[in-house]
Design a protein around this ligand. Structure first.
Ligand code: VTB
Length: 329
């Protein structure tokens, strides 16, 4: 092993754990998939949480949950600060969303995924489960081209200019929520098209990295903070820009954030502030979606599709797995 300060990540976490985390998201996805279409969001989420936690417990890491199911008093499992893994291994930060899109899963709609990211200890933003303002674009654009605080029309215009197209060839992805009425109107006024999603903005941000395939150029709007950090981890691997700000609009939320070490409640986070070093990211499809196929149950066999990314090399692998011992899941 080299003596470089990043050696533990590059040589241990990165290469070995990038397959290990695939198992973790696969397990969570399969457990959640058994609850597809049952109309029970809580049960679907719990199934994913249980499976993910069980599998994480077997990994040779000294892990700490920094993005999880909530704070200790509200989440019995995968709470922020929970120690995970065997303890014999590198110190890592873990961000999880065992079932991103619980409603999508409960309604058996497209786009539910099981996802997580892992990075060297102390390098991922530890954020409370509050809302987060977000703006994201894919790779290949000048740094600082988009700005969370600029009017949507300006961001659209800058993006169109850099892409060499007119604004009407730009598509923005936005969560369909009443809070986004003004945003949606402004994007349309700028000439761009809006694609609305009901849930699932981790995949939504990832879609900006492949506009030729997804048709999405920019992600805009307010979603969950945990999803924001996970999306930032993915972009760290595949390239792209994201800026975020926590929505800490009450004293209570500001106090919660402060307990997690957040000193400036209005801070505008760049990608590098949320993911301060190298990381690995994985997501497995629960229901079929634009990013991934959902879990397929066959006779004595289960099929999963996972995307796993490493920031050190920028490698993106898609792993289609056939699990032949279906009874083990
Ligand atoms: C988004 C979306 C998630 O939460 O982050 C959203 O990506 C934000 O919260 O899939 P609201 O639903 O309250 O708007 C999810 O929908 C997950 O709950």
């Amino acid at each position: 092993m080299s003596s470089s300060p990043t050696a533990p990540l590059r040589e241990v976490i990165d290469r070995i754990l990038s397959l290990e985390i695939v198992r973790v998201t696969e397990r969570a996805a399969v457990s959640a998939a058994r609850m597809r279409g049952r109309g029970d969001e809580m049960a679907a989420d719990q199934a994913a949480v249980d499976a993910m936690r069980r599998e994480l417990g077997t990994l040779p890491i000294a892990g700490t949950v920094v993005i999880g199911e909530g704070e200790r008093d509200e989440a019995p499992m995968l709470f922020i600060g929970e120690a995970l893994g065997t303890g014999n291994g590198p110190k890592v930060d873990i961000a999880v969303d065992p079932l991103e899109g619980t409603t999508l899963c409960a309604k058996n709609m497209p786009g539910a995924i099981a996802t997580m990211a892992m990075a060297e200890g102390g390098t991922l933003l530890c954020a409370p489960d509050v809302y987060m303002e977000k703006i994201a674009i894919g790779p290949g654009y000048p740094k600082g081209m988009i700005d969370l605080d600029a009017p949507p029309g300006e961001n659209i215009a800058a993006l169109a200019r850099a892409k060499g197209v007119s604004p009407d060839e730009i598509t923005a992805l936005v969560l369909e929520r009443p809070r986004h009425a003004d945003l949606i109107a402004a994007v349309r006024k700028a000439g761009a098209a809006v694609r609305l999603i009901t849930d699932g903005d981790v995949a939504g941000v990832i879609h900006t990295a492949e506009p030729e395939t997804t048709g999405i150029d920019i992600y805009l709007g307010i979603g969950g903070a945990p999803e924001g950090v996970l999306a930032a981890a993915a972009l760290r691997c595949i390239g792209g820009q994201i800026q975020c700000r926590l929505v800490l609009d009450t004293e209570e939320k500001r106090a919660r954030a402060a307990r997690m070490g957040i000193k400036d409640p209005r801070k505008k986070y760049a990608l590098e502030d949320m993911v301060r070093g190298d990381c690995i990211f994985a997501a497995t499809g629960v229901t079929d979606g634009g990013l991934l196929r959902g879990v397929k149950f066959g006779r004595g066999m289960i099929e999963t599709e996972t995307v796993v990314m490493r920031s050190v090399t920028g490698t993106v692998r898609r792993i289609r797995a056939q699990h032949r011992q279906a009874e083990k899941f």
